[in-house]
Design a protein around this ligand. Structure first.
Ligand SMILES: O=C(O)c1ccc(O)c(O)c1
Ligand SMILES: [Mg+2]
Length: 607
């Protein structure tokens, strides 16, 4: 299928947008009038620029407030005629007319149809066509089925529909009937996703649209019906989004292309992606550390029961292990402090995982191989994390020389439960689409909560077997300046079979948790005094879901300036991430980092 993108999706001037669309591999564009108006290029120059870049101009838009505004009919036809001249210069034959919002528009389908028929006649005289789109906030026409009735009534071969997934799905109008639209009458298809929000639909549309797969709309279902109606034109993205409007257009265009590739795969039409192989879990997580951060993390890992079991053959890289948890401390990647630099997932077919990632436009990372170093394939995630695919059998471990120590039972940690990555504000949705697509994960939860330094959103993904879980978080506004030190922590959570045994093995609680938290917990969940006391004594946080599943969590302080570890025990099918406890953890980290006096766990209240 041809893939197009509306210039309104991308930041910059027209030349920036065209270059970005072409570089990301789009076949065509929808030209937004504003982008042409501010361009120094004539329509003919834009046409030749697009041709040079291998882009077609598939649609010119928007033409507003035309139908059923009787007082302005002549003026509107004159206006249209000038726009047809522009379109002729551009070499584009399709104009988008969106349903009138003017207070002067009258509620008269017959009149609307006759006006559109007149416009279509004029367009046809110039070899052009009109695609009529119902805006969700149109004054009298705001649903796809209403626009279709009018188009049918107008009955002109140069008049058809433009269907826009946002306008259709934001209104929850039934979509089944779309498949029955007369073949050939859908002239254009615009795609946008969006989060479900209860707000004015115009504001929702103009600020919060997202690329397919980043929001909550059922786009595969919607597009499937449009294709069932015989539509053969491009899949064209039309996303009004405040962040994308000011982000690097090259990067946005790649994100956009990735969304279309993933959508076509989900629909099972067009090009298919290599299927996501089954994942067996995280093989290891790697932290890039400088000297002080390296010793800080090493101490923290030892405190959690890890053993230093390996030293890399050729690089300053350590392998720490406990149960099925492996942590690599890499001081070859020189970065300030500590950074969760890589995650490695064990894939049933690493080659296919890599091919899938490449098809989703994940940049491949060059690896330097020493003589015996395992051939790990890696791609770069939008947040800078490297994602490795390893095979079962741990061949990658041959890169490490044994220290002679082997991991004992430690504190009873079993495997990585999840990885938590805080995302920069501008790249949260992009990162979600990337990880989900590349690793073949499903979306599990989306939560929002008020934390000490602002509102947070967290979104978690996991494979069907729950062997690889990933939690992304973001501050809902760009971070204020005043608390930058805790801006973007990253963490790895390890699963334990028995959190109380693990806590006992660790000893003194690593991160003091306020008494007030436990008083509130007792009230919220009607827990026994005994359980609350045990939680309190060990600094364990607790959560319970609607069906009785339970989560127990323990946290370390922040190490190496940016990272922390978590220990979790899930019971009874608990599938979340304890987001209700995140503000408690964040406040405790703040206390800890400032080294504020703490009354101590175990019932000593502050006076
Ligand atoms: O927000 C708007 O005005 C607008 C314009 C053109 C479109 O295709 C659309 O979906 C919305
Ligand atoms: Mg539209």
């Amino acid at each position: 299928m041809r893939r197009s993108i509306a210039t309104v999706c991308l930041s910059g001037t027209l030349d920036d947008k065209l270059a970005a669309a072409a570089a990301a591999g789009f076949d065509g564009i929808e030209l937004f009038e504003n982008d042409l108006v501010v361009s120094p290029w004539s329509p003919a120059e834009v046409r030749s620029r697009c041709a040079d870049l291998g882009l077609t101009i598939d649609l010119y838009q928007p033409f507003r407030d035309f139908e059923a505004v009787p007082a302005r009919l002549d003026a509107n036809l004159a206006r249209a005629s000038r726009k047809f001249d522009v379109m002729a210069g551009l070499g584009v034959d399709l104009m988008l007319v969106c349903s009138s919002v003017s207070p002067d528009a009258v509620d008269d389908d017959g009149l609307a149809a006759s006006h559109l028929r007149l416009l279509a006649t004029r367009a046809a005289d110039r070899g052009m066509r009109i695609a009529y789109e119902a805006l969700a906030w149109g004054r009298h026409v705001s649903t796809w089925d209403h626009s279709w009735r009018i188009v049918r009534q107008a009955d002109h071969p140069a008049l058809g529909l433009c269907l826009d997934s946002f306008h259709v799905l934001s209104r929850s109008t039934p979509v089944d009937g779309i498949a029955d639209i007369t073949p050939g009458r859908i002239f254009f298809l615009q795609l946008a996703d969006a989060p479900r929000m209860r707000m004015d639909v115009l504001q929702w549309s103009r600020h919060h649209r997202l690329f397919p797969g980043q929001g909550s709309f059922d786009l595969p279902g919607f597009v499937g019906r449009v294709l069932d109606a015989g539509y053969t034109g491009p899949l064209s993205l039309e996303v009004f989004n405040d962040v994308f409007r000011q982000a690097d257009p090259d990067r946005t265009a790649v994100d956009a292309m990735r969304s279309l590739v993933a959508l076509e795969d989900l629909m099972g039409r067009g090009e298919r992606l290599p299927a996501a192989p089954d994942l067996a879990g995280y093989a290891f997580t790697e932290f890039g550390v400088d000297g002080p951060a390296g010793s800080d993390l090493a101490k923290a890992l030892a405190g959690l029961g890890f053993t230093l079991v390996g030293q890399h053959r050729s690089k300053p890289v350590q392998l720490w292990e406990e149960g099925g948890c492996r942590v690599v401390l890499n001081s070859a990647v020189v970065r300030p402090h500590a950074t969760l630099s890589a995650v490695a997932v064990t894939s049933d077919d690493p080659r296919r995982s890599t091919a899938r990632a490449a098809a989703l436009k994940a940049p491949a990372l060059p690896r330097e191989h020493g003589p015996r170093e395992a051939d790990l394939t890696a791609v770069a995630a939008p947040d800078g994390t490297s994602v490795f695919f390893t095979s079962r059998g741990d061949a990658w471990r041959d890169d490490f020389l044994s220290t002679g120590d082997s991991a004992g039972d430690g504190a009873g940690l079993l495997a990585v439960d999840h990885v938590g990555l805080t995302q920069p504000f501008d790249h949260f949705d992009e990162a979600g689409l990337f990880y989900r697509g590349v690793l073949g994960l499903d979306r599990v939860t989306t939560e929002e909560y008020a934390a000490p330094f602002g509102l947070m959103r967290s979104r978690a993904y996991a494979d069907a077997a729950r062997r690889v879980r990933l939690a992304l978080t973001v501050a809902l506004l760009r971070r204020g300046e005043w608390a930058p030190a805790v801006a973007e922590p990253q963490h790895v959570a390890f699963a334990t079979r028995d959190i109380f045994a693990t806590a006992a093995a660790i000893g003194t609680p690593m991160l003091p948790v306020p008494d007030n938290y436990y008083d509130d917990l007792a009230a919220r969940f009607a827990l026994t005094d005994d359980l609350v006391d045990r939680l309190r004594r060990h600094g364990i946080l607790y959560d319970r879901d609607a069906s009785g599943g339970e989560l127990f969590q323990l946290y370390t302080p922040i190490h190496g300036g940016r990272v922390f570890f978590e220990v979790v025990q899930r019971r009874g099918g608990y599938d979340g991430f304890g987001d209700a406890n995140a503000p408690v953890r964040m406040a405790a980290h703040r206390h800890n980092r400032l080294d504020l006096p703490h009354p101590g766990a175990g019932g000593n209240r502050r006076r």
